[in-house]
Design a protein around this ligand. Structure first.
Ligand code: APR
Length: 181
């Protein structure tokens, strides 16, 4: 499923983000940039140790990455040249600023991408695994966050959501179908 927002294609696909041939993939990281399970673990395994080395340099310099922010490293052995690590909110029931923080993850990742001349970027569904954000709500926030950014900024050819399972893909498909253009 795809949609065009100004010059940028917004696409939804099912798949494993570590295999995507794009300039950058986003990682659903934690504030310490320590690696973990889920997509974070998969990215570090597939990309090799240089990603963790660069994460540790960022940790030494600025202590990590606050929730809602993003940092960039090499893609190591991945087909993608860069990994943009962003830290989604842990779901606490919805009244703890979760939606603003989640929207900020997408916005800050895209801002960093444009700054680095990245043309194509893939996102996983941030916060909807270990961090427990309900996927139907997260999909609306994610797609609207990306849409708002693309309406205001040129420079990206494609933003692709790479969704790992049918339930997640279905939630993003529903959210995109009901999104106003
Ligand atoms: N490609 C794409 N999506 C994937 C992949 C993959 N290879 N592996 C897992 N996913 C999906 C999950 O199915 C889920 O839909 O990514 C989504 C996000 O789940 P998590 O990886 O658990 O991320 P999140 O909920 O943001 O939790 C982050 O988990 O791994 C730790 O270090 C990480 O502490 C951080 C926390």
């Amino acid at each position: 499923m795809t949609m065009k927002i100004n010059q940028t294609t917004l696409a939804l696909v099912r798949g494993d983000i570590t295999r995507e041939r794009v300039d950058a993939i986003a990682n659903a990281a934690n504030e310490r940039l320590m690696g973990g399970g889920g997509v974070d673990g998969a990215i570090h395994r597939a990309g090799g140790p240089t990603i963790a080395v660069e994460c540790s340099a960022i940790r030494a310099k600025q202590g990590g990455c606050p929730t809602g922010q993003a940092v960039i490293t090499t893609g190591g052995n991945l087909p993608a040249k860069h990994v943009i690590h962003t830290v989604g909110p842990i779901w606490r029931g919805g009244d703890a600023g979760e939606s603003e923080l989640l929207a900020s993850c997408y916005r800050e990742s895209l801002r960093l991408a444009v700054e680095h001349g990245i043309k194509t970027i893939a996102f996983p569904s941030i916060s909807t695994g270990v961090y427990g954000y309900p996927v139907a709500q997260a999909a609306v926030v994610a797609l609207n966050g990306v849409k708002q950014f693309l309406e205001a900024h040129d420079g990206l050819d494609e933003v692709r959501f790479v969704l790992f399972d049918d339930v997640t893909y279905g939630a993003y498909e529903n959210a995109l179908a009901t999104m106003e253009v």
